[in-house]
Design a protein around this ligand. Structure first.
Ligand code: SAH
Length: 372
């Protein structure tokens, strides 16, 4: 390569966004496209990719593995649920686990994943580890998709300050041909197909060097059968779990119950408020008051097109306001949370004050009447 040409580029190559962010975004896009439920990140280092992935709503199980426990521990607290996760539990369940161990060893906790990511990992493996890696990832874990990224050594000539490798811990860096021949052979051995791409475009005129980071996306060709997982003879766990977080989820009955109770009370309060304001309006006019019938009109805007039966109307009797549970159940959010009317009744039983026959939420308005 022309020396001046090279110097010109080595001065200006700066990726925006930074390359590590482009790699993580690449994985995120893949997750959005294929919607895996269970994702494992091998060589997860400071957990920054895992942190990004916890916001992907399709993921229910996230696992990280690294041979260096300290690097994982540095920021693993960022994977813990926040107060807001408890205040507003999500509809999906999410468990995040970090394991300390090597990709050269098999552990049953790594079975059953849909997507396995190995971002800038393989170049850190010793020769003996790299030899075992395909059997562990493609043979044993056998996820539907594997993503492997690694530096493209052909790009190094454009990077300032890179003498041999980009990082002192790298054991090798491969050219495009070297990576592709390893990847194709691995895919062939384990019945996967592989597509090559990358992030970090070369400058115009230098397209031949390829992407700065080369990426192989492997797709398992055979369908995963329950049998292949079960046929694995029981094996010993060799990884050490260093972190586990179970996020609050509405799939857990105790969080669902809290959410339903709050939503039922909130909805009932809105209906009651509408009813009382309407009543007040009428109370100024004795003639209208005598004709006052609390009707669905006063909150029809909340009910939209719902078909309302007579027994769904809220009513006032003495100092009590009654909001039928059927009416509350017809509100979309309550309906979605509970699924069935029976479930609604079950979840709020004993937690919300109801009429004697249990068909309506009851509020005492004696105090409110006094205030008025
Ligand atoms: N994947 C991260 C960073 C990778 S750096 C990212 O995208 O930013 C490589 C990581 O692999 C390091 O954290 C290193 O500790 C880990 N590693 C090296 N050898 C390993 C092995 N045999 N098993 C598991 N992790 C390993």
């Amino acid at each position: 390569m022309d020396k001046n040409f090279k110097e010109e580029f080595t001065q200006i190559i700066k990726f925006e966004p930074p390359l590590y962010k482009q790699r993580h975004q690449f994985v995120r896009d893949l997750v959005e496209k294929y919607k895996p439920k269970k994702v494992a990140d091998l060589g997860c280092a400071d957990c920054s990719l895992l942190w990004m992935l916890k916001f992907c709503s399709c993921i229910e199980v996230l696992a990280g593995l690294d041979i260096c426990a300290n690097v994982m521990k540095e920021k693993m607290h960022t994977l813990s649920p926040l107060p807001v996760d408890y205040l507003q539990p999500s509809e999906r369940s999410l468990t995040v686990t970090l394991h300390h161990g090597s990709v050269a060893h098999k552990d049953p906790c790594m079975l059953g994943f849909d997507l396995v990511t190995c971002i800038e990992l393989i170049e850190h493996l010793e020769e003996s580890e790299l030899k075992k890696f395909p059997e562990v990832v493609f043979g044993f874990m056998a996820p539907s998709i594997v993503v492997i990224s690694t530096p493209n050594s052909e790009f190094n000539c454009l990077l300032p300050r890179v003498m041999l490798y980009r990082h002192p811990d790298h054991k090798f860096e491969w050219s495009q041909a070297e990576f592709q021949s390893w990847a194709l052979e691995t895919a062939r051995c384990y019945d996967y197909s592989v597509e090559f791409t990358g992030v970090g475009h070369p400058p115009t005129g230098m397209e031949k060097v390829g992407f700065c980071t080369q990426i192989g996306v492997f797709f398992r060709k055979y369908p995963q059968t329950g049998e292949s997982v079960q046929s694995e003879k029981p094996m010993e766990a060799v990884y050490k779990t260093v972190f586990k977080a179970v996020y609050p989820s509405l799939k857990d009955e105790k969080y669902l119950q809290n959410a339903v109770i709050s939503e039922v009370i909130f909805t009932a309060q809105i209906i009651k408020h509408r009813l009382m304001s309407k009543r007040e309006e009428y109370s100024d006019d004795p003639e209208r008051k005598s004709k006052f019938q609390p009707s669905m009109d006063c909150f029809s805007d909340y009910l939209g097109k719902l078909v309302v039966e007579k027994n769904m109307e809220p009513f006032v009797s003495g100092n009590e306001v009654y909001i039928p549970l059927r009416t509350i159940f017809s509100f979309p959010k309550v309906n979605r949370l509970c699924g069935t009317f029976e479930k609604l009744c079950k979840l709020i039983a004993g937690k919300v004050t109801l009429s004697s026959d249990g068909s309506a939420v009851m509020f005492n308005i004696e105090h409110e009447n006094e205030e008025n």
